[in-house]
Design a protein around this ligand. Structure first.
Ligand SMILES: [Zn+2]
Length: 239
């Protein structure tokens, strides 16, 4: 499927349903209630409208929306697909107000769609990452405004670089989940959320230089009370 905005799946209800059915059920409709394929038949009749199926095994009716984030909604499916495409393809996400303007829907509907789409994208488990044979990439960023942009009364002289800002650490497992949060110590964060016996990839720049912590050194000689898996290695950190 070409994912530009001229695709009929974004403008036509039937095309949107065909697209979703083809991507969800490449081998034919599957009952979302009991998982059967052989007992599923399309439902005819004008009263039902197109896109309905009936499973004679569990005797339930369903459409392709059932069991997806588009379930139980009166918003046309092509608008749902367009909203999903716009939200996931925008670098900085999209506000409900913008979605309201672009889709010609009410703010209430746009807000509802935004929440459902974002919730569907959230990782299911935020447990520890990494482990044997896995590679976890770690990095950090600083959140906070520049001193020069603050009111004179709020400026602090020594606040340069990361100083005076909040630190956010992020971990990404290659081909897996991710995790980001504020933490006081990158080392504690790593030990709490990365399983041992894997590889941690760190940026070449010193991690948390502004905090005076060189995590590469810290990992090689962990402080008292912390144990680091023997096989944990820093591939690209500077020591
Ligand atoms: Zn069934």
């Amino acid at each position: 499927m070409s994912c530009d905005l001229t695709n009929p799946a974004f403008t036509d209800e039937n095309a949107a349903r065909d697209f979703l059915e083809a991507s969800r059920w490449p081998d034919g409709a599957v009952c979302p209630h009991c998982g059967q394929m052989d007992t599923v038949k399309p439902l005819g009749g004008k009263s039902m409208g197109p896109g309905w199926y009936f499973c004679s095994d569990c005797r339930e009716k369903f459409t392709v929306r059932v069991g997806t984030l588009y379930e139980r909604s009166h918003i046309p499916l092509h608008k749902w697909l367009l909203a999903t495409h716009l939200i996931v393809s925008s670098k900085k996400g999209m506000s409900a107000l913008q979605l309201q303007r672009m889709l010609g829907i009410t703010y209430k509907s746009a807000w509802f769609m935004c929440h459902r789409i974002r919730a569907a994208m959230a990782p299911k488990a935020r447990g520890p990452l990494g482990g044997e044979g896995k590679i976890v990439e770690a990095d950090e960023t600083y959140i906070g405004g520049k001193e020069t942009n603050k009111h004179v009364s709020k400026r602090k002289k020594g606040n340069l670089g990361g100083k005076g800002k909040s630190v956010v650490f992020a971990l990404t497992e290659r081909g897996g989940s991710w995790l980001a949060m504020g933490a006081n110590s990158p080392l504690q964060f790593l030990l709490a959320y990365v399983l041992p016996h894997g590889i941690i990839e760190l940026p070449v720049a010193v991690l948390s230089a502004a905090m005076g912590i060189r995590i590469g050194v810290a990992l090689m000689s962990p402080p008292k009370g912390f144990t680091v898996g023997q096989n944990i290695t820093c591939r690209s950190c500077i020591l």
